[in-house]
Write a protein that binds this ligand. Structure first.
Ligand SMILES: [Zn+2]
Length: 404
């Protein structure tokens, strides 16, 4: 197809996508980023994404920008820090102005002093005497850390688990003793409970007990997989040039993965099947409570304003621990192969809330960049692409589980 035929074909798939995933702006020029009135950090350039009618011409501040086949566009623009910046978009008879503020260098936040790492005297650092405390929230929220508000995850306390603790002087964290070690937890996650003072050497609970590292030897039908479409409801995630939301892209891709896994005989469940928002920590809790064999969170990426989506583009999988990383590696190998031309950043470790589960192998896929026209924005209208990625995920899960 060429010229007008190509444009009308593009317009047809786009109007079908627009009906399923409505964009917010319904005029000839839609600008997704920067938003009107946005306050951006101190940067000297920023990307701008949006869409015009397929085939239409576009000028931004008098410079012609060539939109993609779908009408989506990307431009990199110089900015003036410390000032309101205005962009004027012209496409045919349409004219749109967009103003946003770019912070000046003096508005950069002061760097806070580093948190103390060594602990010369535990008693010096707490506000009140040591007492018995019990964990009161979801086990994955009750994360014990090696540093206040930071550091590595040392343990996860099931609700009702008691420890010797005391509030810290910073008001945000509590100190506790676990395995004979001075450690930290968010103070909102524990409550004083009275009773005997638990021993400082009390062992950290092993919440991975009874959970295999891998479902080796099990047939697909007894392997339970929880698929998590990231974000939902008012948490939209990132946006595509046409203004479509990541939460919808994640759901569409997750359903395709669920369907392919089901076809391969796996026992599959979703954290959400519609535009709802399961609380962040309820997602790993669901995997834990249902004794899932694997948890896979589906996301689509975007890059910071000062970088160009065209060069930032990559595919990557994240995990937080060894058993998650094995799953992430197996899946990412096939997902990357299904996305030729997209840079593969492989499987990496990162401390995401949905991946920290020490019991259920968990990973988070950032499949591609949603703010890229003809990149992952296509997830909204290209069912072949969704199925290709879904089949790749299934191949990865099968490799990981030692099937076929
Ligand atoms: Zn996301």
């Amino acid at each position: 197809m060429k010229g007008a035929a190509l444009r009308s074909a593009a317009a047809a798939v786009l109007s079908a996508a627009a009906a399923a995933f409505p964009q917010t702006a319904q005029c000839g020029i839609a600008v997704t980023f920067p938003a009107q009135g946005a306050k951006l950090p101190c940067i000297e350039k920023c990307h701008c994404i949006g869409a015009v009618e397929p085939g239409a011409r576009l000028e931004i501040n008098g410079t012609e920008i060539k939109p993609y086949r779908t009408g989506a566009f990307i431009a990199m623009l110089g900015t003036t820090p410390g000032a309101t910046n205005t962009l004027v978009f012209v496409s045919g008879d349409e004219r749109l102005e967009r103003s946003f503020f770019v912070s000046g260098p003096q508005e950069k936040a002061a760097i806070p002093p580093p948190a103390p790492v060594s602990n010369p005297d535990a008693d010096e650092r707490v506000e009140k005497p040591w007492r018995a405390y019990k964990a009161k929230a979801n086990v994955f929220m009750n994360r014990v850390r090696s540093l206040p508000g930071d550091g590595e995850s040392l343990a996860f306390l099931p609700e009702g688990f008691t420890v010797q603790g005391a509030p810290m002087k910073d008001g945000k964290n509590a100190a506790i003793w676990i395995d004979g070690r001075f450690a930290f937890i968010d103070s909102s996650r524990i409550a004083e409970c009275g009773g005997d003072l638990p021993d400082r050497s009390k062992a950290a609970p092993d919440i991975s007990e009874g959970f295999p590292e891998k479902p080796s030897g099990k047939p697909a039908g007894s392997i339970k997989i929880l698929i998590d479409p990231g974000h939902g409801k008012s948490d939209t995630g990132t946006r595509s040039p046409h203004g479509w939301c990541e939460k919808d892209a994640n759901l569409a891709q997750a359903k395709a993965i669920r369907d392919e896994l089901a076809k391969a005989g796996f026992d599959t469940v979703m954290t959400r099947e519609d535009d709802s928002f399961p609380a962040l920590y309820d997602r790993p809790l669901q995997a834990y409570s249902m004794h899932a064999d694997a948890f896979i969170s589906i996301h689509h990426n975007a890059n910071p304003p000062q970088s160009d989506p065209r060069t930032a583009r990559h595919t990557v999988a994240y995990a937080s621990n060894g058993r998650g990383l094995e799953l992430a590696k197996a899946i990412q190998k096939h997902v990357a192969a299904a996305l030729p031309g997209v840079k593969n950043k492989g499987a990496q470790t990162a401390s995401y809330a949905v991946c920290r589960n020490p019991a259920v192998p968990s990973c988070l896929l950032e499949i591609d960049f949603l703010n890229l026209p003809e990149g992952e924005e296509a997830v909204f209208f290209d069912t072949e692409r969704r199925e290709r990625v879904a089949k790749a995920v299934v191949r990865g899960v099968k490799d990981w589980a030692g099937l076929e």
